[in-house]
Write a protein that binds this ligand. Structure first.
Ligand SMILES: Nc1ncnc2c1ncn2[C@@H]1O[C@H](COP(=O)(O)OP(=O)(O)OP(=O)(O)O)[C@@H](O)[C@H]1O
Ligand SMILES: [Mg+2]
Length: 385
């Protein structure tokens, strides 16, 4: 599938890859392409770093808020957009609070959940809670949001996988025997909190409370009790999101660079994806050294350059400068050749010799819409203009 058609047809696009390869930059660039194609897109970053705002040249981006880049703003920066582009950064606490607001209709019960200290811990990015919140947010935006395309920018590889595995993990936990054994009587009676506390003289609780304090156990018990009615909803949404992610409406974009260690991580990620029956829609090799333009035939360029430099320096210096430039040109050609060989190896090693989209290394870092537009044109307009 070409990147252009991925942007033109998909509903969810998850951008994944090793650290620092350009995931966030590309997610923003793909957002611009969606706006150019006239598709209403939201780029949602689940990485707590401010890189998405930085790539777009925004001073701030408050986590949890949606920021709109109007069609005019994009046009003024040289992007031939037909629609606005929206961006947002996940706020774990806000997502989980919104989730409770949606799921719990009884205001008193809702209040008790939100005020429970254990809920507070969940919102403080307890291990896995960010990935879980991301999963819920994506599901909610996909089903209820008014976007044609949701582009998800993930944190580096392993955390990216955490996010992908969040639905499965929820299902594992909910379907796990010991969990059922522990929870079912409580779920049936709705009295887990009471039961745990009734055991408070027991060995397990006595031992646990030494470490955590009895108040923590009380909070946890009350929390599980309050949460028990929500578990079926978690299960259903986890199943639903897992199937949405495996349909044709969703694609994964594996980003890498020609660097062999990055390619290795990319292959690893690819294997993990296929184990979950999630094939990447495309593999993108970013920051590929472009082949320098060929020098005109000698002696023309040498004569022209010598002529241009002669006014500034003596013959010896001219000779040295011309030689240095020739060497620099040769080095750039060698680096470009090396990247091409590395890319060929990457293609060979991917299953079915997957298509690898090349994105050139620009000569400067990307910190505004103009820079992103340069990258977009380099990726998308080649066959189009
Ligand atoms: N094609 C490119 N040409 C030039 N610079 C690029 C290109 N792509 C990305 N960069 C630069 O590389 C740096 C890293 O990019 P980015 O933050 O998008 O990577 P990332 O994969 O999201 O990183 P992390 O894993 O930390 O989230 C940035 O400074 C960005 O400007
Ligand atoms: Mg990033």
């Amino acid at each position: 599938m070409t990147l252009e058609s991925i942007i033109g047809t998909q509903r969810i696009l998850v951008v994944m890859g090793p650290g620092g390869v350009g995931k966030t930059t590309l997610a923003a660039t793909l957002g611009l392409e969606a706006a150019v194609q006239g598709r209403r897109a939201l780029v949602l970053t689940i990485d707590p770093a401010m890189r998405l705002a930085d790539a777009l040249g925004l001073d701030t981006l408050t986590a949890g808020d949606r920021h709109g880049l109007s069609k005019d703003t994009l046009n003024r920066s040289g992007v031939p957009a037909k629609t606005p582009l929206f961006i947002a950064m996940l706020d774990t606490g806000r997502s989980l609070t919104d989730l409770i607001a949606r799921e719990v209709s009884d205001p008193r019960r809702r209040q008790r959940i939100l005020e429970n200290p254990f809920f507070d811990r969940l919102c403080q990015d307890l291990v896995g809670s960010r990935e879980y919140a991301a999963m819920e947010e994506i599901y909610h935006l996909h089903v209820h949001g008014d976007y044609d395309l949701l582009i998800v920018d993930t944190p580096p590889t392993t955390h990216g996988l955490d996010f992908l595995e969040a639905p499965d993990r929820v299902l594992d936990v909910l379907e796990h025997d010991s969990y059922r054994w522990l929870m079912r009587p409580a779920l049936l009676t709705g009295k887990l909190g009471l039961k745990v506390l009734n055991f408070s003289g027991g060995y397990v609780v006595r031992t646990l409370s030494k470490f955590t304090g009895i108040q923590f156990l009380k909070d946890l018990a009350a929390f599980i009790d309050l949460f028990s009615g929500l578990i079926e909803g978690f299960r259903q949404r986890a199943v639903a999101l897992r199937s949405i992610l495996t349909t044709d409406a969703s694609a994964f974009l594996l980003v890498t660079t020609p660097d062999p260690s990055r390619s290795e991580e990319c292959r690893y990620l690819n294997r993990r994806l296929s184990r979950r029956h999630l094939a990447p829609g495309a593999v993108v090799a970013n920051r590929v050294m472009p082949k320098p333009a060929a020098l005109p035939q000698e002696p023309t360029w040498r004569e022209e350059l010598t002529g241009a430099l002669a006014a500034e320096m003596d013959d010896h210096e001219v000779e040295k400068t011309v030689a240095a430039m020739q060497k620099a040109h040769q080095m750039l050609s060698d680096l470009a050749g090396r990247d091409q060989r590395r890319l060929a190896e990457l293609k060979e090693s991917l299953p079915n010799h997957s298509h690898v989209v090349e994105v050139p290394l620009l000569d400067e870092d990307i910190h505004d819409i103009e820079g992103l537009e340069k990258l977009r044109r380099a990726v998308f307009t080649q066959g189009r203009l």
